[in-house]
Write a protein that binds this ligand. Structure first.
Ligand code: CU
Length: 367
Protein backbone atom coordinates (compact mmCIF):
# COMPACT_ATOMS: atom_id res chain seq x y z
CA UNK A 1 0.00 0.00 0.00
CA UNK A 2 1.43 3.37 -0.88
CA UNK A 3 1.65 6.34 1.43
CA UNK A 4 -1.26 8.19 -0.19
CA UNK A 5 -3.63 5.27 0.30
CA UNK A 6 -2.64 5.00 3.95
CA UNK A 7 -3.21 8.72 4.45
CA UNK A 8 -6.68 8.35 2.92
CA UNK A 9 -7.87 5.66 5.33
CA UNK A 10 -6.00 7.12 8.29
CA UNK A 11 -8.85 9.44 9.46
CA UNK A 12 -11.31 6.56 9.20
CA UNK A 13 -9.02 4.22 11.12
CA UNK A 14 -8.43 6.76 13.87
CA UNK A 15 -12.18 7.29 14.21
CA UNK A 16 -12.72 3.57 14.71
CA UNK A 17 -9.91 3.38 17.27
CA UNK A 18 -11.19 6.48 19.07
CA UNK A 19 -14.72 5.10 19.29
CA UNK A 20 -13.35 1.94 20.94
CA UNK A 21 -11.38 4.03 23.38
CA UNK A 22 -14.43 6.18 24.16
CA UNK A 23 -16.54 3.07 24.77
CA UNK A 24 -14.36 2.31 27.76
CA UNK A 25 -15.12 5.69 29.30
CA UNK A 26 -18.86 5.96 29.45
CA UNK A 27 -19.70 6.71 33.08
CA UNK A 28 -22.68 4.35 33.46
CA UNK A 29 -20.46 1.36 32.79
CA UNK A 30 -20.10 -0.63 35.99
CA UNK A 31 -16.33 -0.56 35.75
CA UNK A 32 -15.98 3.08 34.75
CA UNK A 33 -14.05 5.34 37.10
CA UNK A 34 -15.87 8.42 35.76
CA UNK A 35 -18.95 7.94 37.91
CA UNK A 36 -17.60 7.24 41.40
CA UNK A 37 -19.99 5.95 44.08
CA UNK A 38 -17.85 6.55 47.13
CA UNK A 39 -15.55 9.17 48.66
CA UNK A 40 -12.25 7.40 47.90
CA UNK A 41 -13.00 6.97 44.19
CA UNK A 42 -14.29 10.56 44.11
CA UNK A 43 -11.07 11.96 45.58
CA UNK A 44 -9.03 9.92 43.11
CA UNK A 45 -11.11 11.16 40.19
CA UNK A 46 -10.40 14.76 41.24
CA UNK A 47 -6.65 14.02 41.01
CA UNK A 48 -7.18 12.50 37.59
CA UNK A 49 -8.81 15.73 36.38
CA UNK A 50 -6.07 17.94 37.90
CA UNK A 51 -3.37 15.91 36.19
CA UNK A 52 -5.26 15.71 32.90
CA UNK A 53 -5.94 19.46 32.80
CA UNK A 54 -2.36 20.30 33.83
CA UNK A 55 -1.07 17.90 31.19
CA UNK A 56 -3.30 19.35 28.49
CA UNK A 57 -2.17 22.93 29.28
CA UNK A 58 1.51 21.93 29.13
CA UNK A 59 0.99 19.97 25.90
CA UNK A 60 -0.82 22.85 24.22
CA UNK A 61 1.86 25.37 25.25
CA UNK A 62 4.65 23.10 24.02
CA UNK A 63 2.90 22.38 20.72
CA UNK A 64 2.24 26.07 20.08
CA UNK A 65 5.90 26.89 20.74
CA UNK A 66 6.99 24.02 18.52
CA UNK A 67 4.77 24.94 15.58
CA UNK A 68 5.75 28.60 15.93
CA UNK A 69 9.44 27.67 15.85
CA UNK A 70 9.02 25.36 12.87
CA UNK A 71 7.46 28.10 10.75
CA UNK A 72 9.39 31.05 12.04
CA UNK A 73 12.87 29.50 11.69
CA UNK A 74 12.40 27.25 8.69
CA UNK A 75 14.70 27.34 5.70
CA UNK A 76 13.17 29.95 3.41
CA UNK A 77 14.99 29.13 0.16
CA UNK A 78 17.49 26.70 -1.33
CA UNK A 79 20.65 28.77 -0.92
CA UNK A 80 20.06 30.23 2.50
CA UNK A 81 21.10 28.30 5.59
CA UNK A 82 19.00 29.26 8.67
CA UNK A 83 20.96 30.60 11.61
CA UNK A 84 22.43 27.68 13.61
CA UNK A 85 22.10 28.13 17.38
CA UNK A 86 23.04 26.01 20.31
CA UNK A 87 21.77 26.51 23.85
CA UNK A 88 19.63 29.28 25.28
CA UNK A 89 19.88 29.61 29.02
CA UNK A 90 16.85 31.85 29.39
CA UNK A 91 14.58 29.50 27.39
CA UNK A 92 15.87 26.46 29.21
CA UNK A 93 15.16 28.02 32.58
CA UNK A 94 11.65 28.96 31.47
CA UNK A 95 10.77 25.50 30.21
CA UNK A 96 12.11 23.92 33.34
CA UNK A 97 10.42 26.31 35.73
CA UNK A 98 6.93 26.27 34.19
CA UNK A 99 6.47 22.47 34.34
CA UNK A 100 8.02 22.49 37.81
CA UNK A 101 5.35 24.94 38.94
CA UNK A 102 2.63 22.76 37.44
CA UNK A 103 4.03 19.68 39.17
CA UNK A 104 4.28 21.52 42.47
CA UNK A 105 0.64 22.58 42.21
CA UNK A 106 -0.55 19.08 41.34
CA UNK A 107 1.55 17.61 44.13
CA UNK A 108 -0.59 19.24 46.82
CA UNK A 109 -3.92 17.46 46.13
CA UNK A 110 -2.04 14.28 45.14
CA UNK A 111 -0.33 13.97 48.51
CA UNK A 112 -3.51 14.92 50.33
CA UNK A 113 -5.39 12.17 48.50
CA UNK A 114 -2.62 9.64 49.12
CA UNK A 115 -2.99 10.22 52.85
CA UNK A 116 -6.77 10.25 52.62
CA UNK A 117 -6.89 6.92 50.79
CA UNK A 118 -4.26 5.30 52.98
CA UNK A 119 -6.34 5.02 56.13
CA UNK A 120 -10.05 4.91 56.87
CA UNK A 121 -11.17 8.09 58.68
CA UNK A 122 -11.71 7.66 62.39
CA UNK A 123 -15.40 8.31 62.68
CA UNK A 124 -17.99 7.83 65.37
CA UNK A 125 -19.32 4.91 63.36
CA UNK A 126 -18.07 1.45 64.22
CA UNK A 127 -15.50 0.36 61.68
CA UNK A 128 -16.13 -2.65 59.52
CA UNK A 129 -13.14 -4.72 58.56
CA UNK A 130 -12.76 -7.29 55.90
CA UNK A 131 -10.03 -9.66 54.78
CA UNK A 132 -9.70 -10.09 51.03
CA UNK A 133 -7.41 -12.90 49.95
CA UNK A 134 -6.37 -13.37 46.33
CA UNK A 135 -6.15 -16.89 44.90
CA UNK A 136 -5.46 -17.90 41.32
CA UNK A 137 -8.23 -17.02 40.02
CA UNK A 138 -10.80 -16.06 42.62
CA UNK A 139 -11.22 -13.98 45.75
CA UNK A 140 -11.75 -15.22 49.29
CA UNK A 141 -13.43 -12.89 51.80
CA UNK A 142 -13.43 -13.10 55.58
CA UNK A 143 -15.34 -11.08 58.13
CA UNK A 144 -14.69 -11.01 61.85
CA UNK A 145 -17.47 -12.98 63.52
CA UNK A 146 -19.49 -10.44 65.56
CA UNK A 147 -20.37 -13.25 67.96
CA UNK A 148 -16.79 -14.36 68.57
CA UNK A 149 -13.70 -12.22 67.90
CA UNK A 150 -11.55 -15.38 67.61
CA UNK A 151 -13.44 -16.50 64.53
CA UNK A 152 -13.95 -15.43 60.96
CA UNK A 153 -16.87 -15.91 58.59
CA UNK A 154 -15.72 -17.09 55.18
CA UNK A 155 -17.16 -16.55 51.73
CA UNK A 156 -15.93 -16.08 48.16
CA UNK A 157 -16.26 -13.88 45.10
CA UNK A 158 -19.18 -11.88 46.43
CA UNK A 159 -18.88 -9.44 49.26
CA UNK A 160 -21.58 -7.46 51.07
CA UNK A 161 -20.90 -4.11 52.72
CA UNK A 162 -23.12 -1.70 54.64
CA UNK A 163 -23.81 1.60 52.83
CA UNK A 164 -22.34 4.72 54.42
CA UNK A 165 -19.65 3.00 56.51
CA UNK A 166 -15.94 3.09 55.88
CA UNK A 167 -14.83 -0.48 55.15
CA UNK A 168 -11.24 -1.26 56.08
CA UNK A 169 -9.84 -4.04 53.93
CA UNK A 170 -6.75 -6.14 54.66
CA UNK A 171 -5.36 -7.55 51.45
CA UNK A 172 -3.40 -10.75 51.12
CA UNK A 173 -2.56 -13.34 48.53
CA UNK A 174 -1.82 -17.06 48.82
CA UNK A 175 0.11 -17.40 45.57
CA UNK A 176 1.19 -14.58 43.24
CA UNK A 177 0.58 -10.83 43.24
CA UNK A 178 -3.04 -9.90 42.54
CA UNK A 179 -4.59 -6.46 42.64
CA UNK A 180 -7.89 -5.55 44.25
CA UNK A 181 -9.92 -3.10 42.23
CA UNK A 182 -13.51 -1.89 42.47
CA UNK A 183 -13.41 1.04 40.02
CA UNK A 184 -16.52 2.79 41.35
CA UNK A 185 -15.36 2.61 44.98
CA UNK A 186 -11.57 2.98 44.99
CA UNK A 187 -8.40 2.67 42.97
CA UNK A 188 -6.48 -0.59 42.81
CA UNK A 189 -4.18 -1.86 45.56
CA UNK A 190 -1.86 -4.86 45.18
CA UNK A 191 -2.40 -8.09 47.11
CA UNK A 192 1.13 -9.23 47.81
CA UNK A 193 1.84 -12.75 49.13
CA UNK A 194 3.04 -12.79 52.75
CA UNK A 195 3.24 -8.99 52.72
CA UNK A 196 -0.11 -7.66 53.94
CA UNK A 197 -1.52 -4.59 52.30
CA UNK A 198 -4.36 -2.30 53.24
CA UNK A 199 -7.04 -0.10 51.72
CA UNK A 200 -10.47 1.30 52.52
CA UNK A 201 -13.55 2.38 50.69
CA UNK A 202 -17.11 3.38 51.33
CA UNK A 203 -20.25 3.14 49.20
CA UNK A 204 -22.55 6.17 49.20
CA UNK A 205 -25.55 4.33 47.81
CA UNK A 206 -26.85 0.77 47.63
CA UNK A 207 -25.87 -1.10 44.51
CA UNK A 208 -23.73 -3.77 42.93
CA UNK A 209 -20.19 -2.72 42.17
CA UNK A 210 -18.01 -4.90 39.98
CA UNK A 211 -14.48 -5.72 40.97
CA UNK A 212 -11.62 -7.16 39.01
CA UNK A 213 -8.12 -8.39 39.56
CA UNK A 214 -5.89 -5.69 38.11
CA UNK A 215 -2.46 -7.31 38.19
CA UNK A 216 -1.58 -9.99 35.69
CA UNK A 217 -1.56 -13.21 37.68
CA UNK A 218 -1.57 -16.04 35.16
CA UNK A 219 -3.69 -17.74 32.56
CA UNK A 220 -7.16 -16.82 33.84
CA UNK A 221 -6.30 -13.38 35.18
CA UNK A 222 -8.91 -11.73 32.96
CA UNK A 223 -11.51 -14.14 34.40
CA UNK A 224 -10.90 -13.17 38.00
CA UNK A 225 -13.81 -10.99 38.99
CA UNK A 226 -15.92 -10.33 42.05
CA UNK A 227 -18.88 -8.27 43.15
CA UNK A 228 -19.33 -5.81 45.98
CA UNK A 229 -22.97 -5.56 47.01
CA UNK A 230 -23.70 -2.48 49.12
CA UNK A 231 -26.88 -2.69 51.18
CA UNK A 232 -28.41 -0.80 54.12
CA UNK A 233 -26.89 -1.75 57.46
CA UNK A 234 -29.82 -3.90 58.66
CA UNK A 235 -29.65 -6.00 55.50
CA UNK A 236 -25.91 -6.30 55.88
CA UNK A 237 -26.23 -7.58 59.43
CA UNK A 238 -28.89 -10.06 58.36
CA UNK A 239 -26.69 -11.26 55.50
CA UNK A 240 -23.66 -11.67 57.75
CA UNK A 241 -25.64 -13.60 60.32
CA UNK A 242 -26.95 -15.81 57.58
CA UNK A 243 -23.46 -16.44 56.18
CA UNK A 244 -22.35 -17.56 59.64
CA UNK A 245 -25.01 -20.29 59.69
CA UNK A 246 -23.91 -23.79 58.75
CA UNK A 247 -24.63 -25.00 55.22
CA UNK A 248 -28.21 -26.09 54.70
CA UNK A 249 -28.75 -29.83 54.89
CA UNK A 250 -31.27 -30.97 52.33
CA UNK A 251 -33.27 -34.16 52.95
CA UNK A 252 -33.80 -34.66 49.23
CA UNK A 253 -32.46 -38.13 48.28
CA UNK A 254 -30.62 -36.84 45.21
CA UNK A 255 -29.03 -34.04 47.27
CA UNK A 256 -27.96 -36.58 49.92
CA UNK A 257 -26.42 -38.68 47.18
CA UNK A 258 -24.67 -35.53 45.91
CA UNK A 259 -23.28 -34.85 49.38
CA UNK A 260 -21.75 -38.36 49.33
CA UNK A 261 -20.26 -37.81 45.87
CA UNK A 262 -18.86 -34.51 47.16
CA UNK A 263 -16.85 -36.44 49.77
CA UNK A 264 -16.03 -39.50 47.68
CA UNK A 265 -14.90 -37.63 44.57
CA UNK A 266 -12.47 -35.52 46.58
CA UNK A 267 -14.34 -32.22 46.26
CA UNK A 268 -14.24 -31.69 50.01
CA UNK A 269 -10.44 -31.84 49.91
CA UNK A 270 -10.39 -28.43 48.23
CA UNK A 271 -13.78 -26.97 49.19
CA UNK A 272 -14.87 -26.26 52.75
CA UNK A 273 -18.57 -26.22 53.58
CA UNK A 274 -17.98 -24.88 57.06
CA UNK A 275 -18.62 -21.15 57.23
CA UNK A 276 -16.87 -20.15 60.42
CA UNK A 277 -13.13 -20.73 60.87
CA UNK A 278 -10.50 -19.83 63.43
CA UNK A 279 -9.12 -16.34 62.88
CA UNK A 280 -6.14 -16.34 60.53
CA UNK A 281 -6.39 -20.07 59.73
CA UNK A 282 -5.27 -21.18 56.31
CA UNK A 283 -8.08 -21.59 53.79
CA UNK A 284 -8.47 -24.42 51.30
CA UNK A 285 -7.45 -24.44 47.66
CA UNK A 286 -10.97 -23.74 46.36
CA UNK A 287 -13.78 -21.35 47.34
CA UNK A 288 -15.97 -22.06 50.36
CA UNK A 289 -19.21 -23.58 49.09
CA UNK A 290 -21.37 -23.42 52.24
CA UNK A 291 -23.76 -20.84 50.78
CA UNK A 292 -22.83 -21.21 47.14
CA UNK A 293 -26.47 -21.17 46.02
CA UNK A 294 -26.98 -17.72 47.57
CA UNK A 295 -24.30 -16.17 45.34
CA UNK A 296 -25.13 -14.48 42.05
CA UNK A 297 -22.17 -15.82 40.09
CA UNK A 298 -20.15 -18.93 39.71
CA UNK A 299 -16.39 -19.25 39.27
CA UNK A 300 -15.50 -15.65 40.14
CA UNK A 301 -17.95 -13.87 37.88
CA UNK A 302 -17.79 -16.24 34.90
CA UNK A 303 -21.31 -17.69 35.02
CA UNK A 304 -24.26 -15.56 36.04
CA UNK A 305 -27.02 -17.29 38.05
CA UNK A 306 -29.08 -14.22 38.83
CA UNK A 307 -32.43 -12.79 37.82
CA UNK A 308 -32.47 -9.13 36.78
CA UNK A 309 -33.46 -8.19 40.36
CA UNK A 310 -30.35 -9.89 41.74
CA UNK A 311 -32.04 -12.93 43.28
CA UNK A 312 -30.60 -16.32 42.41
CA UNK A 313 -32.47 -18.26 39.75
CA UNK A 314 -32.21 -21.96 40.60
CA UNK A 315 -32.58 -23.14 37.03
CA UNK A 316 -29.74 -20.88 35.84
CA UNK A 317 -27.67 -22.08 38.77
CA UNK A 318 -28.32 -25.73 37.91
CA UNK A 319 -27.48 -25.17 34.28
CA UNK A 320 -24.29 -23.30 35.16
CA UNK A 321 -23.18 -25.84 37.75
CA UNK A 322 -23.57 -28.56 35.14
CA UNK A 323 -21.50 -26.57 32.63
CA UNK A 324 -18.84 -25.96 35.28
CA UNK A 325 -18.65 -29.53 36.53
CA UNK A 326 -18.62 -31.05 33.05
CA UNK A 327 -15.60 -29.03 31.96
CA UNK A 328 -14.34 -26.19 34.18
CA UNK A 329 -11.55 -25.54 31.71
CA UNK A 330 -13.95 -24.48 28.98
CA UNK A 331 -15.20 -21.69 31.26
CA UNK A 332 -11.94 -20.73 32.86
CA UNK A 333 -8.81 -21.84 31.02
CA UNK A 334 -6.08 -23.17 33.28
CA UNK A 335 -8.13 -23.09 36.50
CA UNK A 336 -6.68 -25.06 39.41
CA UNK A 337 -9.75 -27.29 39.74
CA UNK A 338 -9.41 -28.84 36.29
CA UNK A 339 -5.63 -28.86 36.60
CA UNK A 340 -5.55 -30.71 39.93
CA UNK A 341 -8.84 -32.45 40.79
CA UNK A 342 -8.55 -36.20 40.11
CA UNK A 343 -11.98 -36.26 38.44
CA UNK A 344 -10.51 -34.16 35.62
CA UNK A 345 -6.91 -35.35 35.53
CA UNK A 346 -7.58 -39.09 35.78
CA UNK A 347 -9.66 -40.56 32.95
CA UNK A 348 -10.79 -43.47 35.25
CA UNK A 349 -12.20 -41.14 37.88
CA UNK A 350 -14.17 -38.96 35.49
CA UNK A 351 -17.54 -37.88 36.93
CA UNK A 352 -20.46 -39.84 35.51
CA UNK A 353 -23.64 -38.19 34.31
CA UNK A 354 -25.45 -39.48 37.42
CA UNK A 355 -22.75 -38.11 39.74
CA UNK A 356 -22.94 -34.71 38.09
CA UNK A 357 -26.73 -34.62 38.49
CA UNK A 358 -26.43 -35.53 42.17
CA UNK A 359 -23.71 -32.89 42.73
CA UNK A 360 -25.77 -30.23 40.95
CA UNK A 361 -28.75 -31.06 43.14
CA UNK A 362 -26.67 -30.99 46.31
CA UNK A 363 -24.86 -27.74 45.46
CA UNK A 364 -28.13 -26.00 44.50
CA UNK A 365 -29.47 -26.83 47.95
CA UNK A 366 -26.60 -24.91 49.59
CA UNK A 367 -28.60 -21.71 49.98
CU1 CU B 1 -4.99 -11.19 38.19
Amino acid sequence: MNFRRIMKIFPLLSLVVLSFVAMGCYPEHNQSTFDPKGPVAEAQLVIFWWILIGGVIVTVLVEIALIYAIFKFRRKNEDEMPKQVHGNIRLEIIWTVIPAIFLAIIMVPTIQTLFYASEAPKSALPQHTLEAIGHQWWFEFRYPNPENPEEEIVTANEVYIPVGYPIAINLESVDVIHSFWVPKLAGKVDMVPSEGNYMWFEADEPGEYYGQCAEYCGESHANMKFKVIAVPEVDFNAWLQYQAQPAFESGDPLALEGADVFKDAGCSGCHATKTVVKKGSKGRVGPNLAHLASRQDLAAGMLDNSNPDGSVNDSYLQKNLRIWLEDPNSIKPGNIMSAQAAVYTDENKKLTEAQISALVNYLTSLK
